[in-house]
Design a protein around this ligand. Structure first.
Ligand code: SF4
Length: 292
């Protein structure tokens, strides 16, 4: 390892790639190719890695992603059971229902785990890319929920208010997302020429901006619905020399791959786990930049 690790208080977020795929083919998906060859996928090795991360940072956030975490509820249960309740747990999902998994099965699973699940992030887009379960299911969820919507290429901006109206009264917030692969340190905070920001400011009430070196969120409100526009860099390590004169790799995300390997970045870098056991912590740099 070139540099010692540093991360924020509590530890970097641990994202777990579940070892099974989704049935969708979203054009902006950057994960799909990872499911083309399932050789080496291992629930057991993922669980070993979850326990290892819990031992190093017992208060970090866990995010389950895929693939589709809720396509195999018994396997998701096994992974959830490895995570003590000291952690916040988020699940990125389409809330899939299919002949062998009814809405009631999904609700029973979430009810059984509501003490563990902090929020489900449900993918719904303005153009229909994912197989959608009924909207009324989202209104019945026993855990907090957020709708994640990628505004990709030529999205129909005139439909933004109708999209938000669709979720009114269902108790969810909405997060619009920029195509991560296009984000750079130069344009992360650049507002000029940002079409999404311009469109959201046209239709919704701007409430403020928070962020850090790696990601940010523009906050809006529309008729009681909380809306965020989220931008993040496509990698999660920043190299910086601290006031102590030491150059650190500052980690924002840790990734557990489908075969249980632990990576220190989205870009395929294996983590030196014994080095992470000695990680140095810094205050969380997420803060409000503007508040209306
Ligand atoms: S639902 Fe998610 S994992 Fe599946 S193709 Fe779409 S973006 Fe990719």
């Amino acid at each position: 390892m070139a540099n010692p690790y540093k991360t924020r208080e509590g530890g970097a977020t641990v994202t777990v790639f579940v070892p099974y795929d989704c049935q969708n083919h979203c054009p902006f998906c950057i994960n799909k190719q990872e499911y083309a060859d399932t050789t080496g996928f291992s629930l057991e090795k993922i669980c070993t890695s979850i326990r290892r991360m819990d031992a190093i940072t017992p208060r970090c956030d866990f995010v389950f992603t895929g693939g589709e975490p809720m396509a195999d509820l018994p396997s998701l249960q096994v992974m959830l059971d490895c995570i003590p309740t000291t952690h916040r747990v988020f699940i990125n999902t389409t809330l899939p229902v299919f002949p062998d998994q009814t809405q009631e099965d999904v609700l029973a699973f979430l009810t059984r785990n509501r003490g563990k699940i902090t929020c489900v992030n449900i993918s719904r887009h303005m153009q229909k890319y994912v197989e959608e379960s009924p909207d009324e299911l989202i209104g019945r969820l026993p855990v907090p929920a957020r709708v994640n919507c990628v505004l990709w290429k030529n999205y129909p901006d005139q439909d933004l208010p109708a999209f938000v109206e669709r979720w009114k009264g269902r108790g969810v917030s909405i997060q619009f997302r920029y195509d991560y692969t296009d984000t750079t340190p130069e344009n992360l905070y650049r507002e000029e020429g940002d079409r999404i920001l311009r469109d959201l400011k046209k239709y919704f009430t701007y409430k403020g901006l928070d962020g850090c070196r790696m990601r940010n969120g523009y906050h809006f409100e529309y008729d009681g619905v909380e809306i965020t526009y989220h931008k993040t860099l496509p990698y999660s390590t920043i190299t910086e020399t601290g006031p102590d004169g030491v150059t650190y790799d500052i980690l924002y995300d840790v990734i557990i791959k489908q075969n249980g390997d632990i990576h220190s970045d989205w870009t395929g870098v294996m983590m030196d786990v014994p080095a992470y056991e000695k990680v140095v912590f810094e205050p969380d740099d997420q803060h409000w930049i503007e508040r209306c």
